[in-house]
Design a protein around this ligand. Structure first.
Ligand SMILES: *[C@@H]1O[C@H](CO)[C@@H](O)[C@H](O)[C@H]1NC(C)=O
Ligand SMILES: *[C@@H]1O[C@H](CO)[C@@H](O)[C@H](O)[C@H]1NC(C)=O
Ligand SMILES: *[C@@H]1O[C@H](CO)[C@@H](O)[C@H](O)[C@H]1NC(C)=O
Ligand SMILES: *[C@@H]1O[C@H](CO)[C@@H](O)[C@H](O)[C@H]1NC(C)=O
Ligand SMILES: *[C@@H]1O[C@H](CO)[C@@H](O)[C@H](O)[C@H]1NC(C)=O
Ligand SMILES: *[C@@H]1O[C@H](CO)[C@@H](O)[C@H](O)[C@H]1NC(C)=O
Ligand SMILES: *[C@@H]1O[C@H](CO)[C@@H](O)[C@H](O)[C@H]1NC(C)=O
Ligand SMILES: *[C@@H]1O[C@H](CO)[C@@H](O)[C@H](O)[C@H]1NC(C)=O
Ligand SMILES: *[C@@H]1O[C@H](CO)[C@@H](O)[C@H](O)[C@H]1NC(C)=O
Ligand SMILES: *[C@@H]1O[C@H](CO)[C@@H](O)[C@H](O)[C@H]1NC(C)=O
Length: 626
């Protein structure tokens, strides 16, 4: 035991002393004493570093002010590098920022006394503060040790001398003038990779749009920008360089400030700001030194365009355009994506009738990464196009020789790529002419559910439905594992198998199990199951979707019981989603992603066919609502 501690002790001593890559501490030449305060409009509005290059204080945002750190520039040209509580709303001009006598950094938002501690994580009280020359704002205790520093809470930028530690992330700003959390994140993953993702995504390769390619099994890495502008991934244990993203320049101007920022557009870029030797406060425009993706790659930034839209570049500016058959949800906010503008023909009618209501549009050199529900070898693109037209669950197909994959809307991360052709199935009847209200209004009006009879019916049906789906999920959950194991075994045996990726998103019903015990030869060819990790991911997604559905049903039920107004559409959607989820045909079941999107009302939900083994008359129930 003692020897383990000795090793740890030695290791930590080593990590403190080894290597030039260790961030150096800057000296404080200009201490800020307790009792000092700042105001947004009356001087002092900020505290300067001794070099005059950095300032900490109030800067304007929107109609108010934020507290942050910026690089001082000419003509009030501030380069904000850090913001305190960036997602809080700006404060008024009546606010005060104090370094209180009891050693706290406190923001009083107005005279009514709404207070917020900026140094809330500091465990000791401060006895002084300092805006250091490297852009780090620090609080010191009595002994002169740093008890809190802005460098530990990076927002969208790291400066020379700063690290992004293992597990930490940068988040881009909303816009050049609004520094609240934006749409992209840069994560220094525990696996050693530095990765760019859109926000609100899991740390999965399928969501990433750039990576440093530096994964390590057993050691943690960090990102470090040193004082001469070398941007490196270093080994957190040995402090040695693992990979240089950008080597330093031969610039000997010690007044140059380096800054690596995850910019609003989702690209991670390195800049230098040269300060005049004589007049330190007169910085020139930033010089771009390096970036994770180039401006030609702007369309590779995932999530720039929303669902069902694709990215095109025009003069190094990315634009979003809707896929055929869709239109912008909000033409003023194109990043929200596009929605279907035709009405779907149900699968119920005859084959001829069905395909008569659709036409196919093809787009060359288009590509997306979403998991398809079907992935089959085909020899021609015409064959691929037809297979989608005839499949009433298919909204789009992608032909990448020799495979044809079929998808449902919505599609994500669509962009240009060579060697693939995309096909879109577009309904002939427009959504507008569909003499219905459901698809057009963005905020569906609330309908009263008035009659007692209706209420009782709803409750009974929902109860029956929840019970059934729980049962189905329980049973399928139980057998899914066994089936997969069996399939896996069969897959190994079979030589003529066809791999598909769709399997990962299917649930398994009792019926399927019955079929499976009959040998399910026809089910072969439905796929290998990737890694354990993906299985776990799938399981957690499934759980989330089921939990969400349960919660929604519960909430609505509460409302009905309480005699409140019920959003008819929401209720209807929940039941519809539930029905889609328990379809006998696995291919009919939506992916977990689609379920979440449907539940959140992002995508439209068509009326599902009634599963044969459900005895409840759901379609009748739905009709009663209309
Ligand atoms: C800044 O952006 C956030 C998120 O996009 C938004 O909620 C907020 O209203 C914006 N603030 C200003 C002052 O524009
Ligand atoms: C600031 O305080 C004064 C007096 O308390 C008040 O009249 C004024 O409206 C306040 N200004 C803002 C922007 O809240
Ligand atoms: C300050 O240093 C003294 C002696 O060096 C030590 O006893 C004390 O615990 C330290 N206080 C803090 C708050 O670190
Ligand atoms: C920054 O890193 C580079 C390369 O690792 C090294 O050559 C340079 O001396 C370092 N600069 C400082 C100020 O540590
Ligand atoms: C990281 O440092 C440790 C300890 O010095 C070393 O054993 C390991 O090989 C290093 N890993 C990499 C990938 O450099
Ligand atoms: C800042 O520098 C530019 C040239 O680099 C010079 O033209 C300008 O007058 C300087 N501004 C100030 C305020 O010194
Ligand atoms: C000042 O800001 C504008 C845009 O906001 C930018 O184009 C310009 O380069 C900046 N100038 C300096 C000296 O940073
Ligand atoms: C297709 O459209 C025709 C009219 O154009 C209609 O009679 C038919 O019912 C539609 N088929 C389906 C399956 O909706
Ligand atoms: C759907 O929108 C597109 C534009 O994105 C338009 O060209 C098309 O005519 C619309 N279709 C219908 C049926 O309204
Ligand atoms: C819907 O249909 C009715 C008659 O069936 C018609 O009077 C009405 O104008 C239609 N509404 C729309 C929006 O087309």
């Amino acid at each position: 035991m003692a020897s383990i501690f000795t090793v740890f002790f030695l290791l930590s001593i080593m990590s403190l002393t080894l290597g030039g890559a260790q961030p150096q501490q800057k000296q404080c030449n200009q201490k800020i004493s307790l009792g000092s305060s700042l105001n947004p409009t009356t001087s002092p509005t900020f505290w300067l570093s001794s070099s005059g290059q950095f300032a900490f204080g109030f800067y304007p945002q929107g109609n108010g002010f934020m507290v942050g750190i910026w690089l001082v520039g000419t003509d009030n040209n501030k380069t904000v590098v850090w913001t305190a509580n960036r997602d809080d709303s700006p404060v008024t001009s009546n606010s005060t920022l104090d370094l209180t006598r009891d050693g706290k950094l406190r923001l009083r938002a107005d005279e009514q006394g709404v207070e917020k501690l900026i140094s809330s994580d500091a465990t000791e009280s401060a006895s002084s503060a300092c805006m250091l020359d490297n852009g780090n704002f620090v609080l010191y205790n009595k002994n002169g040790s740093i008890i809190w520093e802005s460098f530990s809470y990076p927002t969208d930028t790291i400066l020379g001398g700063q690290i992004l530690s293992s597990g930490a992330q940068l988040f881009s700003s909303s816009s050049e003038t609004n520094h609240s959390t934006g749409r992209y994140r840069l994560k220094m993953q525990d696996d050693g990779n530095l990765v760019l993702y859109p926000v609100n995504t899991v740390d999965d390769e399928s969501e990433a749009y750039w990576s440093s390619d530096t994964s390590s099994k057993s050691f943690k890495f960090r990102l470090y920008l040193n004082y001469s502008g070398a941007l490196e991934i270093i080994n957190s244990t040995s402090m040695e360089r693992v990979k240089a993203l950008k080597s330093p320049l031969a610039d000997k101007n010690t007044n140059t400030i380096y800054r690596a920022t995850l910019v609003v557009d989702g690209i991670f870029r390195l800049y230098s700001h040269a300060f005049d030797k004589a007049d330190k406060q007169n910085s020139s425009s930033p010089v771009h030194l390096w970036s994770a993706l180039t401006d030609e790659d702007l369309c590779k930034v995932k999530g720039f365009c929303g669902f069902n839209s694709f990215c095109t570049l025009n003069d190094y500016k990315p634009y979003c355009a809707c896929l055929p058959g869709t239109q912008f949800v909000d033409p003023n906010l194109e990043s929200l994506g596009c929605e279907r503008n035709y009405s779907e023909a149900g699968c119920g009618g005859g084959h001829k009738d069905y395909i008569a209501n659709y036409s196919m549009y093809s787009k060359e050199n288009m590509f997306w990464q979403d998991n398809p529900y079907a992935y089959v070898p085909m020899s021609t693109k015409e064959e691929c196009s037809n297979s989608c037209l005839e499949d009433c669950n298919c909204d789009a197909a992608l032909f990448k020789d020799p495979y044809c994959q079929r998808q449902k809307l919505p599609l994500r991360y669509v962009r240009g790529d060579t060697n693939s052709v995309a096909f879109f199935k577009v309904g002939i009847r427009s959504a507008e002419s569909r003499n219905e209200t459901s698809s057009t209004p963005k905020k569906p009006p609330l309908h009263h559910v008035t009659t007692k009879k209706a209420k009782v019916q709803i409750i009974v049906l929902i109860l029956a439905f929840t019970t059934f789906s729980c049962l189905a999920l329980g049973i399928s959950g139980l057998y899914a594992f066994k089936i997969r194991a069996l399939r896996y075994k069969r897959l190994k045996e079979s030589e003529t198998l066809v791999l598909t990726k769709g399997l990962a998103l299917n649930l398994f019903s009792y019926d399927e199990l019955k079929r499976a015990t009959n040998g399910f030869k026809h089910e072969l060819g439905k796929g290998s199951f990737g890694t354990v990790y993906k299985g776990a991911l799938y399981k957690s997604k499934k759980l989330v979707a089921v939990k969400r559905l349960e919660k929604l049903v519960e909430d609505e039920l509460d409302k009905i019981m309480g005699g409140e107004e019920v959003d008819k559409r929401t209720l209807e959607n929940m039941v519809k989603v539930g029905l889609w989820c328990i379809q006998d045909e696995p291919i009919l079941r939506p992916s977990m992603k689609s379920v979440v999107l449907m539940l959140e009302g992002i995508t439209d939900i068509s009326v599902p066919p009634c599963p044969t083994n459900v005895s409840i008359r759901i379609p009748k129930f739905l009709n009663e609502f209309n």
